[in-house]
Design a protein around this ligand. Structure first.
Ligand code: F0G
Length: 447
């Protein structure tokens, strides 16, 4: 299969192109974000999306087993021998009628895409399998990332699986314990900075360029190619029907960026007939996207984004020494690196962004625990978002919705235990304390 992939700067005033074998992560000419582009006219694509499902029958073939590489013609940027896989993407779309009922949606219309089932417990593995394949293509020997936790877990798992040295940067006190335990356990060099995610992101970029280390944050455009497959699997689970809405938490905005790209490509290729609306959910304490879009009217504008608005907000953050704060630590980010690409997705998907308080996110998390497969706090922002968008009439009960649950319930056990034992929300369900006495135990169970 001819490989026609190349890298292209998203800035329309620049538009510089680079070979797929370069590991550059930002446009060397203007500093803007890079995209992966393909010459689709030379691609050997299936006639319809259904053809991808046939690969379920070849699950002893490693690339067909992967829930990412099963769709390899849609992210064809490297030869098969470079493709790194540890069995990612075996995730499920759960139709959840209990949550539909709780939120006032019609039966059959609420679906939860549980990405916690990935090997490292979050959606990040979809991106890492792609980025590590590119790292293999360019012959990288060591890699690094900044992280609120899940990226570091995924990077360290993939790095040791393919024999690469790995350094992860985390903000002190800014990471849930499940994730920190993974980075240490998987053998990463873990650098804890006295700062937040945005500080780590800056440091890691400087370190990578000075020491020629391969960068695995979502600035890396190859990572986003892997994350497109989350959308392919959602529509596959819906029998190749496109839902009306996709709802996703917004942090560094890699997912939302890749989802818009995925749908645009499928529509342009004639593989789907319409594009769903995209709703991105920020936490109130880390609401850069929501502020810029809803208060400042920031738009993609064919790539001519008003950078002045972004720069003046960031200058204000610096002047006020602002650091974001939310219990959803995974999305505690104030300078999202994919902001511009996310604006493009909002345009492609006729999307919107809202920001929600921590209390609503915590109650939504408890609801996903009680009625679904559980998830970590940031993931529940998608369900909290659905609740809000139904309440304000943006989403109709008759519309079909897929909420992306980005991470596993056990990533952040402290928050879950506190929510229940300290009775922090409406669904708190603390243990009942009883004496070691059979009659008293029976009395309580029967009560
Ligand atoms: N949900 C979870 C569980 C995450 O870990 C992240 C990001 C997001 C949502 C936001 O996704 O960045 O694509 O908008 N976590 C990163 C990390 C930043 O370092 O683990 P996004």
């Amino acid at each position: 299969m001819a490989i026609t992939a190349y890298q292209k700067c998203i800035n329309p005033d620049c538009g510089a192109e680079f070979d797929r074998t370069e590991a550059i992560f930002k446009c060397p000419k203007c500093g803007d974000l890079l995209d992966i582009q393909y010459d689709w006219s030379k691609a050997k694509l299936p006639e319809k999306m259904e053809d991808f499902s046939k690969r379920w029958a070849n699950r002893n073939q490693r690339l067909d087993f992967s829930g990412v590489w099963r769709f390899r013609e849609l992210l064809n940027f490297c030869e098969d021998e470079h493709k790194v896989t540890i069995g990612e993407g075996q995730t499920i779309l759960q139709q959840n009628d209990f949550i539909a009922k709780e939120l006032g949606m019609d039966k059959g219309n609420v679906h939860l895409q549980y990405e916690g089932l990935n090997p490292s417990g979050s959606f990040k593995d979809n991106g890492m399998t792609a980025a590590f394949s590119h790292a293999s293509l360019v012959g990288a020997k060591s890699c690094a990332c900044a992280s609120t936790g899940n990226t570091s877990a995924a990077v360290s798992l993939y790095a040791h699986s393919c024999g690469m040295k790995c350094t992860v940067f985390i903000g002190q006190g800014r990471i849930a314990f499940g994730k920190l335990s993974q980075a240490m356990d998987y053998g990463a060099q873990t650098i804890q900075i006295a700062g937040d995610f945005d500080d780590c992101m800056k440091q890691v970029q400087d370190v990578c360029s000075k020491l020629n280390i391969y960068l695995l944050n979502s600035l890396n455009p190859f990572r986003l190619e892997g994350q497109k497959t989350i959308m392919y699997r959602i529509i596959e689970s819906l029998n190749w029907q496109v839902p009306d809405w996709i709802i996703v938490p917004g942090g560094n905005l890699g997912n939302s960026s890749s989802f818009g790209k995925a749908f645009k490509e499928l529509k342009d290729l004639g593989l789907i007939d319409r594009i769903p609306c995209l709703a991105i959910i920020n936490a109130c304490g880390a609401d850069t996207l929501s502020y810029l879009v809803n208060q400042r009217g920031l738009k993609w504008n064919s790539g001519w984004v008003e950078s002045k608005e972004i720069n003046s907000l960031y200058a204000d953050f610096t002047a006020k020494k602002f650091s974001p704060h939310t219990i959803a630590s995974a999305i505690e980010i104030s300078r999202p690196v994919n902001l511009k690409k996310c604006l493009r997705s909002i345009e492609i998907c006729d999307g919107l962004v809202i920001d929600l308080p921590d209390e609503e996110i915590k109650d939504a998390k408890a609801m996903v625990g009680k009625y679904g497969l559980g998830c970590e706090p940031a993931s529940a922002a998608s369900v909290a978002g659905l609740r809000r968008l139904v309440q304000d009439g943006t989403i109709d009960p008759g519309e079909k919705v897929a909420c992306v649950l980005t991470g596993h319930a056990l990533k952040d056990p402290d928050l879950t235990v506190n929510y229940h034992t300290k009775r922090e929300g409406v669904l708190s369900n603390p243990p009942v304390e009883v004496p070691n006495d059979l009659d008293k135990i029976i009395d309580i169970i029967k009560a």
